[in-house]
Design a binder for this molecule. Structure first.
Ligand code: NAD
Ligand code: DAU
Length: 365
């Protein structure tokens, strides 16, 4: 039986990963270490019931004693590190916590994995171990109109979030290059699907649209993101964990580049079709002051993971967005539970003072 330490799996991608793995593999143990920040929601995991293959531990990846004790107790084969502060806008207003969790937390996990997996005197690594860092395409910075991010594109992060993720990636690389730790890094594009916290574009737009609230589009809305359905990302991580060549980086994406404005209009169309609600219309779209340092375009070249590991995305955007809207409309209780209290304060802080922009002023500041 393979034993995994999976971190941050009460959040969006981690939750989906736990469900994916429990469905896909019979004989596994997933120990899920999550601090339950604003983005972590234990209710996400209720569908697991009392399946003994999943053990939840509330705690911080930065805590050395806790992480050591988990290695002592479970003797993990794999560490998959999802835990992170993940929202670019929050990293602009409060960067320190991104350094703490994303950099120091990753370093702590690496150190404790090394202690458990490597005989320090002989510098011999135990067989079958691997550390997988779940990273992001944002570490590469922004593209112009042409070209794609490959695994050899230089790191050029712009936000405190992407800088903290790039720093973590470099520590993972250092543990491989210096100590010989078996590692992989995956760098995925924007995910969408169930359980995503509604600070991110798609669930935020779904929630605002259903409440007939303004849909805040940063700047001209012509920034491009490369969207991947979350289950495809989960399958990529599982594939890299079991088959990825140690020391390698794998980009994950599906050539699904869309402008933000296209995404928002698609959400409106799908919701109107489902609800027949005339109050949901493009009139809700409100251009607001842009995100500082906003990356204009991301686009992944996924050739390597396809060629070496046979991974390809399976969900088209057209199907994925309908499944996603359906999920949020079927789970309005979930949405309401995560959009009260602290969320309202965050929303006011992030959007309350953003100037509205108009087309005749060219959408710029
Ligand atoms: P999320 O914000 O939804 O979830 C993060 C989880 O980490 C939460 O459950 C939170 O409680 C937990 N966490 C935060 N700090 C912690 C700490 N110190 N100790 C333990 N747990 C902690 O994030 P997500 O969107 O699910 O992203 C997961 C990972 O995937 C992140 O590393 C992110 O950088 C990466 N990623 C995300 C996307 C995307 O589009 N969402 C794309 C590529 C890569
Ligand atoms: O590319 C992968 C990254 O995708 C992950 O590493 C991050 O964790 C994840 O948050 C995501 O980052 P983005 O900044 O691209 O995602 P976000 O949903 O915040 O924004 C997507 C685009 O939509 C971006 O260009 C900003 C824009 N946007 C976002 C929000 C929340 C708006 O125009 N209005 C909004 O209200």
């Amino acid at each position: 039986m393979k034993k995994y330490l999976v971190t941050g799996c009460a959040g969006f991608i981690g939750t989906n990963f736990v469900y994916y793995m429990l469905k896909k593999h019979r004989d596994i143990l997933l120990v899920n270490l999550d601090k339950l920040t604003y983005a972590g929601n234990p209710a996400n995991l209720e569908g697991i019931g009392n399946d003994a293959r999943h053990i939840f531990v509330k705690g911080d990846i930065c805590d050395p004693e806790l992480v050591s004790s988990l290695f002592g107790k479970y003797d993990f084969d794999y560490v998959i590190n999802f835990a992170a502060e993940s929202h670019v806008d929050r990293s602009i207003s409060d960067p320190g916590v991104f350094v703490r969790t994303n950099v120091n937390g990753t370093f702590n996990l690496l150190s404790k994995a090394k202690d458990a997996w490597c005989d320090a005197e002989k510098n011999v690594w135990r067989e079958g171990k691997k550390f997988l860092q779940v990273s992001t395409d944002e570490v590469y910075g922004a593209l112009g109109k042409d070209g794609f991010f490959t695994e050899t594109t230089p790191l050029d992060p712009h936000s405190p979030y992407s800088s903290s993720k790039a720093s973590a990636d470099l520590f993972v690389k250092a543990f491989h290059d210096t100590y010989g730790m078996p590692v992989n890094v995956t760098r995925c594009s924007n995910n969408y699907g169930p359980y995503q916290f509604p600070e991110k574009l798609i669930p935020l737009m779904i929630n605002n649209a259903r409440l007939h609230r303004p849909l805040p589009v940063y700047g001209d809305g012509m920034q491009v993101r490369d969207w991947l359905y979350v289950d495809d990302h989960c399958r990529a991580i599982d594939t890299v964990c079991s088959q990825g060549k140690p020391g390698e980086v794998y980009n994950v994406g599906g050539h699904n580049e869309r402008t933000n404005l296209f995404i928002v209009k698609t959400v409106i169309d799908v919701m109107r079709e489902k609800l027949g609600d005339g109050g949901i219309s493009e009139n809700l779209i409100t251009h607001v002051a842009d995100r500082p340092g906003h990356d204009r375009r991301y686009g992944i070249d996924p050739t390597k993971i396809g060629r070496e590991l046979g991974w390809y995305p399976e969900t088209s955007f057209e199907d994925g967005i309908v499944r996603t809207v359906d999920w949020y409309l079927d789970n309005t209780g979930w949405m309401e539970s995560v959009t009260s209290g602290a969320y309202l304060r965050y929303y006011e802080e992030n959007y309350g003072s953003r100037r509205k922009l108009t087309a005749d002023k060219g959408f710029s500041e």
